[in-house]
Design a protein around this ligand. Sequence first.
Ligand code: ADP
Ligand code: GLC
Length: 496
Amino acid sequence: MLRIICYFPSMRILFVSSEVAPFAKSGGLGDVSAALPRQLAAAGHDVRIVMPMYARVHDHGRTFTEVIPQIAFDMGPHQIHLGVFAGELPGTQVPVYFVRCPALYDRRSIYGSGDDEHLRFGVLNWAALKICQRLGFAPDIVHANDWQTALLPVLLRSVFAWDRLFAGARTVLTLHNLGHQGTFAAGAALDVGLGPALELLHQGELRAGRFGFLLTGLLHAHALTTVSRTYAAEIQTPQHGVGLDPYLRARHDSLFGILNGIDDQEWHPAVDVHLPHRYSIDDLSGKARCKAALQEGMHLPDAPDVPVIGVVSRLVWQKGFDLCLGVLPHLLRRRSAQLVVLGTGEHRYEAFFHQLARAFPRQVAYQSAFSEPRAHLIEAGADLFLMPSRYEPCGLNQLYSLRYGTPPIVHRTGGLADSVWPYDADADRGTGFVFDHFTEVGLYWALNHALDHWGQRDEAGRARWLALQRRGMALPLGWQHRVGEYLEVYRRASAG
Ligand code: ADP
Ligand code: GLC
C-alpha cells in the first residue's frame, strides 16, 4: 500500500504512449494517457507527451506546428528519418509531440496492419529520447505505457546512457494489459537497435528465439505500476501472469497497483457535451430523457418501464462475451428487458450480436462501430451496464457507469473487483451486481438479480434503486484522487 506524502517538488515528466485521446484511442489506454498527464500538469508538473502521428491524428481538420523538421538516426540496420509536430492536450498547455514518419504511421488502424509492428513502436521509443535531446528536456521521470513503449528503460541504460541529459531520469512502466506483450522473433532485438544492449536482454528468451518488448521493460524499469491493486496481485500468479508472473513476483517490491480514475472534463453527466440532456446526483430527470433518446436513436420501442442494459466494449476474448452466447437469448426470451450494444472486434462476437438483434428486434440493438458520442449516451441512457470480463486490469466503463447512475453488472476480477461493491438491498449497501465465478450460471444469476431489483417499481423499490444509483455517483472516482499515488511512485523511483 502506498503512503502518500503530500508535498512533491515539481518534476519534469516524459509520458510516452501509443494512444492519447482524443488524437488516437482504441480503448482505455487512450483515456488514461490523456487524463493522467492532465492531472499531473494540474498538480504543477512539467509534463510532455510523445505519441505517433497516425493518419487519424490529422482528422477533424486538426493542424499542428512543426517543431523539429528532421531527425535522422540509425536504428540497427535501419536509417530512420522523422519529423516532429506539436500540439496541446485539449484543455491544458501540456505539449503533445507527434512523431511523423508516414511509412510507419500513416495507416488506417492504430495497430496490426503490417508485419513491422516492432519497427513502428521501436522507432517511437527512440524518437521520444531523440526529441528530449533536441529540445534539451531533461526528464526526471520517463513514464512508459504497455509493450509499445517498454524499450525506454533499456534504451536509457544502454544506447542513450552516455548522455548527461538523462543522468537523473528514472523510469516507470505501467502495465495496462498483460494480454499484449509485443513478443517477436529474436532478430527483432537487432532490428530495433538493441545490438549494443544484447547482454541486458533476457538471454533465455533470446536462445529460445524470442524477444519481448514488455518483458524487457519490466526487467529494467525502476518502478512498475498496474491499473488496480487486485490485478497487481493477480498477475503475480500463473493463472493471470501470462508467462510473466515469475518476473513480476521477483519485482513485487517495485510493483504498485493504482486504480484508474475518471477524467471529470470528459465523463461527467452534469457537463457531458455528448448528452442531449444533462443531469446530476440531485436531479436525475435528465437521465430518463437520455434513456428515451437512446431507445429512439437505437430504434427500440420507447418504453420507460422496460430496463435497458448497455454494453460498450472492444469485442474480444478478454471481455467475457463467450458467456453471453448462451445466456442472453435465454434471458431475453424470459424477461422484459432491452439490450443496447456498441462495439467492434472479433467476428464471432459481432456475428452473435447481429444475430441477437435480428432474433429480438424489439429488445436488442447492436451498433458495430466505434463512436464516442454513442458511448456516452449509452452510459447515461441505460439502466444497467454489463461488463462480464474474463479478466480486467482496471476497466473504465464500469467507473463511467457508476458516475452516470447506471449500476454495473460485473465479474469479480481485477479492477472490477476493486471498484464495484455487491448490492445488498437489506443493508442498503453496494454499488452494482457482482458475480464471483466466470460461468454462465454466475452471469445469469447476476442479470436476474439486477433485473429483479430494477423491477421493484413501488415507491420503496424506486427509492432503494435511487439510493443505489446515488451511491455510485457519489464515489470519489476522479483522477485528482489518484494522481498522488503516481507521484509517490515517481518519488520512490527517484529515491531508489
Ligand atoms: P479496454 O481498454 O480494455 O478496452 P476500458 O474499459 O479500460 O477497456 O476502456 C475502454 C474505453 O474505450 C472506454 O473509454 C470506452 O468508452 C471506449 N470504447 C470501447 N469500445 C468503444 C466503442 N465501440 N465506441 C466508443 N468507445 C468505445
Ligand atoms: C487496458 C485494460 C483496461 C484498462 C485500460 C487502461 O486496455 O484492458 O482494463 O482500464 O487498459 O488502463
